[in-house]
Structure formats: C-alpha cells, structure tokens
Design a protein. Sequence first.
Length: 164
Amino acid sequence: MMGAVGRWLTAVISVSLLCAMAGALMPQGAVKQVGRLVCGLVLLAAILSPLRELDVDAGRRWLDSYLDSTGQWEAALKETVNRQMKTIIEEECAAYIVDKAAQLGLRCTLRVECRETEEGLYLPLRAEVCGPLSDSDQTLLIRLIAEDLGIPEEEITIDKEETQ
C-alpha cells in the first residue's frame, strides 16, 4: 500500500515539475495559455490515476458484508434487550404483587412469566405463588393477581410450601 502511495506521489511531483519547466519555456500569448491548459489536464490525470485501479466490485462486496454483519449485530442486540426487558417486567410484576400481599398481611414469593405480543409488549401470562397461605388468603391473592396483572385465574398456581 505504501509503495503504491509513494509511486503516485512521485508521479504527481514529476508531472508538476515538468509542467513548471514547460510553463517557463513557453512563449507568452495563446501558446502559453494552451500549454497551461494541457499541463493542468496532465496533472489532473496524474492525481486521479489511482482511481482507474480502484476495484469497485470489491468495495461493494465489502460494503454488503459489512451491512449484513451490522444487521446481525442489530438483531442480536435487539434480542438481548428484549430478554432483559422481559426479565425486568417479570420481576417488577412479581415485586408489585408481593408488596400488595404484604400490605394485606400475607407473606409469599411470586414468579411471573410474561409473553411478547405482536406489538412488542410484554404482558404477564402465568404466576406461581409460593407461601403459607390459607384458602381464603389464596382466593384473595388469586383475585388480586387476576385483577392487577390480568392473568387468568387458571394460569395462577399456588404452592403452600414455606418460603425461605
């Protein structure tokens, strides 16, 4: 790469020197104006000469490859964000119900499972309650979860085991 840049720079400098010498040797008048035009075109050709060796197809292939990889990165990042968002929503819903249960004097733990809708929203789908609850406490808690989180009662399970 550096060799190519050096050759290009040598060519531009050489053409510049030749144009300067030709300009100094030309007589005044129309000949000098035409000579300056020709020298300018030759210098422009020397400056732009690397463009003729440019491999446009290789550039396109590289760009396509780069765009594909950024698309894959974007999809992976979106998946990671969605997974984290789902976890946060599940934990927040569970914490909300545990707090409400504590206000009612109930001690329990809760695990909520969410699903993603077509619009990209995460809604609670199932709940699993664990704790020493009486039948009336269970009924109260099931109603609370169903009303506040919108989980159908048949999707709420209760395990009467002691919580840690």
